[in-house]
Structures are given as C-alpha cells and as structure tokens.
Design a protein around this ligand. Structure first.
Ligand code: HSE
Length: 437
C-alpha cells in the first residue's frame, strides 16, 4: 500500500540536478515501490533553465530560498555546490523543518559538524551519499553494511578527474591540460578544477569517510593534501619498472597514536585491484576487523551516477518519514555523544615506504654517500635502479625504493642528500602503499 507522496524540492539544475530530475521521472514506478511512497518533485530552485532537463509544469523559482521556505516541500535537495549560499540554504531548509539531501562534499566536510547539530535540534535528517564517490554507495556501506566492524583503514581513489588524467597520461601519453579540459567538458571536474588536481576535492571526501569509519567529528583542516600536478612521466615509467602504478589516493588509518588522514600521489603494487582502477572510475578499499578487506568500485562522477546516490537518500528518507524519527540512522552512523575526538597524527610521524628519484653525477662514491645517509636515518633500501647515462650526459637518474620509514626521517635524508655536491636539483618523492589487507 502506498503512503502519501513525499514532496521534494531540488535546488540547482546543473549536471547532477538535471540528472536527478530525469532519473526520478524515468524510474518513478520502481522508486515508488521501493520507497512505498511516490517521490514528487514539486519545486525547483534554479537561476537558469537547463536544456538537459524538461521540467514541464513543475514550479520553478529563481530565488532558491523560496524552495527552503515552501511549506509543501518535505525534503530539500541541495545541488548548487559551493559552501556559502549552499550552507545558508541548507540551514534555512533545516530551520523550516525540512530534511536535506546534498551531494556537496565541501559543505559536509567543512561545515558538517555544525549542520548535523542544527539538524538534530530541528529533528530532521541530512543525507549525503552523493557527496563521496558519486554513484558508489560507500556512505551506506560504512554507516550500515559495515556497522559490526572496527574499521582499521581505508584507501580510495576518490577523485574521478584526477584518476582520468593519470590514466590518460599513462596509457596514451596525453598532455595534462588537454585531459583536464576533456574532464571539464564531460562534467566530471569541479567548478574550480584546482580542487581536483590539488587534492582538495579528495580531501573533502576523505574526511567524510574517516568520520564515518572511525566515529569522529569531521576534521577537514587536519587532512594532509598533496595534488598530482608535480608528477612526471619519468616517475610513472620508473614506478612501472619497479612493479607499481601511481594513483592519487586518500588514506585514513588508525595507527595506535591516532588517525592518519592524507591525500597524495601513491605508488601501489600493480597487482592490487586499486592499481587497476582507471578512467573516471572511483574505488574505495575498506579494511574491517571482522570482514577483512572489501572493495567498492564504480562511477565517481557524472549526472546519472550521482543522481543514483541522491535518489537512494531520498528513498531512505521517504521510508523514514513513514516509520518515524525513532528509526533514523545518525548522520555519521554513530550516536552523537559517542563520537571520539581522535587526534590526527602529524605527517612527520607517518610511516610508509617511499619512492625517491634523484639526479646523481656518474662518479665513484656517490651511491655509497647516498646509501650512508639512508643508513644514518635508519632507513632501509628495498630496491634501487641506476640508469646508464644518456649519450653525452654526466648525470644519471637514481631511483630508490625504501622500506617503511617515518616521513620525518625521510625529510632529514632528503635534505642531506640534496646538499651533496654530486646530487643535482630537488629529489622527487612519492609515498608507497602496499594495501595488504
Ligand atoms: N570533481 C569530482 C571528481 C566530481 O572528479 O571526482 C565528483 O565529486
């Protein structure tokens, strides 16, 4: 038996907004059967129309705040992006007693603590499945499917644009700017694409995943964030020679002293599934103490994959509206008073193996001087490649793969090696994640 229809207002009719409107219309029967209520879009807030979306006689307001104040609307879907107006809109909707569904990772990562508290005060829910990894139901997996586990770590490729760029550069030798322009045209990239290539978008998503995994408040400002703009084709090639692929990873790990929260380029053994996630696809590997490793893979961006996640939240909320507040899943999956203020481990103390590439003069004693510095810092060398000099060259590339070492020790070693007369320029360095579950 169908319950009374749930009335939805959507703010933002861009890529995701139009995708959501269209998928809701196309799959209305199936969605209604699952939600046990019709989901009716009754009000759209959009500064302009979108030809990708035939809105018919649905009410449209140019002032999106009219949607937040519309008494008919039960759930407001925030798809405008950004954090200033989006936060005002979300809070206005909450104050007006509306549930909110958002795809806005920046909003949740930076202001989620405040927004969830406000939602609790007003007895409404905020859902954000689409904020992380597009169509992959990773929020639900962490919050519900893995609820019986202590999550030890997770690692993910959580920015489709960055992964698309790295994949195209590796497979087709394409130029960075050219691939980025294609990602923008396909609607994958952020409005400001530096968010994609400098790792900020991935940091937004990582902090959300970490809070869900470990039951801690969102700590966006504590995420170590490094982009992909300094990666070179040589590093891609040498990594392959050593049996690794370079991916832009977000890593969250409990390590006994606290929590590591970091986004950076990473060498991954080429046999790992994550190393073979290509194009705009995302994947998140989660290690739970009971279940072991589980991997979630799919489209991390795009109109309909993201719409798929938005609609999953709408169906959940529709069921919840029918069943009542008592069955509500908390915003971060843990009761508010059980959230732990876990400390974020300083990067100097984070241990990983390292890939280092330097330019060395092809002279006796250089290799041994470099090796002594590693030894003084207690860093063990796992593998080493020295190339023969090119015709007419006196310098050779020297590539070192270390065993696990704290970043502080690697910093010291790098400074000392760069100061050697026979080493030219800066040392390129990339962390390694073995990802063994
Ligand atoms: N710019 C994001 C990405 C879109 O490329 O993954 C989805 O969050």
């Amino acid at each position: 038996m169908s319950l009374k229809p749930v009335k939805i207002g959507i703010c933002g009719l861009g890529t995701v907004g139009s995708g959501t409107f269209n998928v809701l219309a196309r799959n209305a029967d199936q969605v209604e059967a699952r939600a046990q209520a019709a989901l009716q879009v009754v009000h759209l807030g959009a500064r302009r129309d979108n030809p990708a979306c035939e809105v018919g006689d649905t009410r449209v307001s140019r002032d999106i705040f009219e949607v937040a104040r519309d008494p008919e609307v039960d759930i407001l879907v925030e798809l405008i992006g950004g954090t200033t107006t989006a936060r005002e809109l979300t809070e206005e909707a909450i104050r007006n007693g509306k549930h909110v569904v958002t795809a806005n990772k920046a909003l949740i990562a930076e202001f989620g603590n405040e927004i969830f508290a406000l939602a609790d005060q007003h007895d409404v829910a905020v859902r954000y499945e689409a904020a992380v990894a597009g169509g992959i139901p990773i929020i639900k997996a962490l919050r519900e499917g893995l609820a019986g586990n202590r999550i030890e770590w997770l690692a993910g490729i959580i920015n489709g644009t960055g992964n698309f760029i790295l994949s195209e550069m590796r497979d087709k030798g394409r130029d960075f700017a050219d691939v980025l322009a294609e990602a923008q045209a396909l609607g994958y990239a952020e409005a400001d694409p530096t968010f994609d290539v400098e790792g900020i978008d991935a940091a937004h998503k990582l902090v959300i995943l970490a809070s869900l995994a470990f039951g801690m408040p969102l700590k966006f400002s504590s995420v170590y964030t490094e982009g992909i703009t300094r990666l070179t084709p040589q590093d891609v090639e040498y990594a392959e020679e050593l049996g690794y692929r370079i991916k832009h990873l977000g890593v969250a790990k409990q390590n006994g002293q606290g929590v590591e929260l970091r986004v950076h380029p990473t060498l991954i053994p080429e046999k790992r599934l994550l190393a073979n996630v290509n194009g705009v696809k995302n994947a998140v590997l989660v290690e739970g103490d009971a279940v072991g490793p589980t991997l979630y893979y799919g489209a991390g961006a795009g109109a309909e994959p993201t719409a798929s996640a938005v609609i999953a939240d709408l169906v959940d909320l529709a069921r919840e509206l029918a069943a009542g507040q008592a069955c509500r899943v908390p915003s971060l999956g843990f009761s508010r008073d059980s959230l732990k203020d876990l400390q974020v481990v300083p990067m100097e103390q984070v241990r990983t193996p390292w890939y280092l590439r330097m330019e060395a003069e092809d002279k006796p004693g250089v290799l041994s001087a470099v090796a002594s510095i590693f030894s003084e810092q207690g860093i063990s060398i796992e593998a080493l490649i020295q190339k023969a000099p090119e015709e007419g060259e006196t310098r050779v590339p020297l590539i070192v793969l270390t065993n696990g070492a704290a970043q502080g020790c690697v910093d010291n070693a790098v400074r000392a090696i760069e100061a050697l007369d026979n080493i030219a320029g800066d040392i390129a360095r990339i962390r390694v994640e073995v990802l063994d579950g």
